[in-house]
Design a protein around this ligand. Sequence first.
Ligand SMILES: *[C@@H]1O[C@H](CO)[C@@H](O)[C@H](O)[C@H]1NC(C)=O
Ligand SMILES: *[C@@H]1O[C@H](CO)[C@@H](O)[C@H](O)[C@H]1NC(C)=O
Ligand SMILES: *[C@@H]1O[C@H](CO)[C@@H](O)[C@H](O)[C@H]1NC(C)=O
Ligand SMILES: *[C@@H]1O[C@H](CO)[C@@H](O)[C@H](O)[C@H]1NC(C)=O
Ligand SMILES: *[C@@H]1O[C@H](CO)[C@@H](O)[C@H](O)[C@H]1NC(C)=O
Ligand SMILES: *[C@@H]1O[C@H](CO)[C@@H](O)[C@H](O)[C@H]1NC(C)=O
Ligand SMILES: *[C@@H]1O[C@H](CO)[C@@H](O)[C@H](O)[C@H]1NC(C)=O
Ligand SMILES: *[C@@H]1O[C@H](CO)[C@@H](O)[C@H](O)[C@H]1NC(C)=O
Length: 901
Amino acid sequence: MPPSSSSSFPRRRFLLFLALLSACLAAPGPVDGAGDGDGAAMQALRRDLAPPGWGPGADHCAWRGVTCAATGGAVTAIELPRRGLRGDFSAAGALPALARLDLSANSLRGGVPTALGALPRLEFLDLSMNALTGPVPAALAGASGLRFLNLSNNALSGTIPDELRGLRALQELQISGNNLTGALPGWLAGLPALRVLSAYENSLSGPIPPGLGLSSELQVLNLHSNALEGSIPGSLFQLGNLQVLILTLNRLNGTIPDAIGRCRGLSNVRIGDNRLSGAIPPSIGDATSLTYFEANTNDLSGGIPAQFARCANLTLLNLAYNRLAGEVPDVLGELRNLQELIVSGNGLGGEFPKAILRCRNLSKLDLSYNSFHGDLPEDICNGSRMQFLLLDHNGFSGGIPPGIGSCTRLLALQLSSNNLGGGIPAEIGKVKSLQIALNLSFNHLVGTLPRELGRLDKLVTLDLSSNEISGQIPGDMRGMLSLIEVNLSNNRLSGAIPAFGPFQKSAASSFSGNAKLCGDPLDVDCASIYGSNYGMDHRRISYRVALAVVGSCVLIFSIVSLVVALFMWRERQEKEAEAKKAEAGEVVVAAPQVVASTVFIESLQQAIDFQSCVKATYKDANELGNGTFSTTYKAVMPSGMVVCVKKLKSVDRAVIDHQTKMIRELERLAHINHKNLVRPIGYVIYDDCALLLHHHMPNGTLLQLIHNDWNSDGEKQKPDWPRLLSIAIDVAEGLAFLHQVATIHLDISSGNIYLDSHYNALLGEVEISKLLDPSKGTASISAVAGSFGYIPPEYAYTMQVTVPGNVYSYGVVLLEILTSKLPVEEEFGEGVDLVKWVHTAPARGETPEQIMDPRLSTVSFAWRRQMLAVLKVAMLCTEHAPAKRPRMKKVVEMLQEAKNS
Ligand SMILES: *[C@@H]1O[C@H](CO)[C@@H](O)[C@H](O)[C@H]1NC(C)=O
Ligand SMILES: *[C@@H]1O[C@H](CO)[C@@H](O)[C@H](O)[C@H]1NC(C)=O
Ligand SMILES: *[C@@H]1O[C@H](CO)[C@@H](O)[C@H](O)[C@H]1NC(C)=O
Ligand SMILES: *[C@@H]1O[C@H](CO)[C@@H](O)[C@H](O)[C@H]1NC(C)=O
Ligand SMILES: *[C@@H]1O[C@H](CO)[C@@H](O)[C@H](O)[C@H]1NC(C)=O
Ligand SMILES: *[C@@H]1O[C@H](CO)[C@@H](O)[C@H](O)[C@H]1NC(C)=O
Ligand SMILES: *[C@@H]1O[C@H](CO)[C@@H](O)[C@H](O)[C@H]1NC(C)=O
Ligand SMILES: *[C@@H]1O[C@H](CO)[C@@H](O)[C@H](O)[C@H]1NC(C)=O
């Protein structure tokens, strides 16, 4: 018995012991007699475990998740997965007829109760996905009827006890995702009924038990991510029943047994990241169901067996990073279903394996880091589904075939470090799908850069460095709107580097090694090469200003200058348009300090004192929040009214000079009336500051709700999912309305979403958006996009906040709600924000459950279902391509649908 659990409930345990004892004495045989005893045990379970829906009624057979025998009322099954349970369930050990106990995906803590060992009729025990600690109790051996035992995804430690050898009926044993140590016991090989053994992600060492698979019809063996040693026993394949073999990430050595071919039903073999050696046995061709064969990063030698061609369903073949030699067999071209062929990092050679292009479903061909040579075929894509063509670090020669233009689905083309000559074909511009990388570096390419490169508007990385490319850099390359990383260094380029954000943001080493290239970011003045009349046009200068604004962390300072510029621009427009109309107005110069002040709402005019508002901003203690554009303070009026005062960070003298414009905007805004938008009730302008006044929101911001209050277990009510969902819908409605009146919000973040006394959500900082309103400006007006982590990716190139950009930021808020994580957190890793973390979860093999906050998602089925639906919406909103994001109106609809599902 684990010490932790025995000490926490000693009294309860003792009572339970008595209950067990009496149960044993009273009902040694027939189950029928057990009914009465179950009453007491079920009352105890209700008290200790407190499952929702277990009412006060005495008839426990009517409780949710409980099944009783047809006669006698003995409990035979308790099924309570995903109920948020966290109590003690050892009372279940006093239900002698219990055959099925499923408490998976709850929040159970402590040890696995030894009392369960007293259940001789127990066949199915699922305690997976909890927080159970301590060892696997030896006492479980008492439940000798167990056929399905699932303890996976807990925090169990210690070794697998030898006593469990008594569980002779075991068919499925799942203990993955724990902290188990020691060896897999040898007796596992002797269990006569074992079909599934899953113990991956533990710290198990020693060999795979010899003889495993000889005594039973073993179908699934999953032991990946342990520290297992020795070889893969041939016994696994002897009876020919194995379907899934997953041993990735261990320390297994020896060869792949020849017997593997006996398994006609073997579909999935993943044995990568081990120390396997020798040749892949040709018998692999007898495993005709094979769909997935992954043996990368081992020490395998010999050739790629042509026999793979007999596995007609083969979808993925990954043999990368071994010591394979020879050629890619032509017959592999018969694999109609092959989608990925990955053989990088071997000693393979010969000409480009043209035959493989007959696999019309091939989407990834990775031949990189081998010794292939000769020309690339003209029909290298031939209208196929190719997405990744990775041919770098080989000896390919000749030119890049113009046929590359038919690779209409290509995402990445890696041809670097070959012997390719000739020019870059203009057809490259037809590969509009190119997105991840175009890397032609370290070849012998000559000629000029084709203007058609400018058509690659999705491409993020372009590396043409270390070739012999000459001529000027075409201005058309400004069409590469998604470019982030560019490298044209070590060529023979000349002239001025075109003024283009991604170019100028690059390091000098992206352009160095071109003797006649000049301009930014090279520290070479074009005048010094081409004479004094060259360059330095106004566009370049203004571009540098814009770059300085975006690229740096001094966001706030930038805002100041932008706001100034904007107000001045607006003012000028105003003057030109309505030159005759004199500016008369409400501006009252009240005192040396307060320049102007107004309360828009008549009923509040008596209650608000402007001096108190100003004074409140002098004390840090009054600070409520800090946004990109403003700091918010709480101000108590002499009248007792509490007002929220927002001090604009961006204001200086110039703004004061242009204040009439601003005031007019504020007044207009006070008339925009939507229940989910914060509405200004007044303003104060004094010295060089502007204060905006709002109603005080007693429940703070969404940021605080998600990230502070909840975690601190404070006196505040914990948020629940329905509340969060309704907040999400509120904000979506507010934003949809803003978009409808052609206003773009500039700083959507959870810190800008305010909660009133009924937890209705109101989107704040609207006035600032209105004041800076970029939709009314021209493309040249670039506002600063808001808070870090919420900035849409396209902003880096467009420098404009757009309607889809708002949708993205809103999607980030949704993700925050679903995950309870901040938009930027260290745990995501360097350069990874919340959006990326969530979008790459499938690639990491993580399920939505591992992303969503389990405190919400495990409470009920209904909540989980709604959360999954909202997750889908959030994924859409945060799509990389702006055009793929839905409109806010549609978002509102989808969320309503999720709510009613
Ligand atoms: C636990 O394992 C059992 C038996 O292998 C299986 O039926 C059940 O679905 C598993 N539980 C979960 C939550 O996956
Ligand atoms: C496993 O143990 C290590 C240290 O012993 C601990 O850091 C880790 O959190 C444990 N993992 C689980 C899943 O409990
Ligand atoms: C495999 O590794 C074990 C130790 O883990 C070693 O004793 C054995 O000789 C190795 N076998 C081969 C074939 O390398
Ligand atoms: C290939 O897959 C199909 C569909 O899953 C299946 O019907 C067929 O039996 C498989 N072929 C082999 C040889 O296993
Ligand atoms: C591609 O694979 C699908 C199923 O995965 C199959 O139906 C189709 O026939 C394959 N295409 C070709 C051209 O073989
Ligand atoms: C290219 O496609 C055509 C028809 O789609 C086919 O006849 C030809 O064999 C293919 N070329 C290669 C190398 O697969
Ligand atoms: C292009 O490939 C070369 C190696 O061939 C590599 O060093 C370089 O980093 C790649 N360029 C980019 C931008 O990833
Ligand atoms: C560009 O490529 C060269 C090699 O050709 C490399 O030395 C340099 O660091 C690269 N520059 C950047 C910014 O990656």
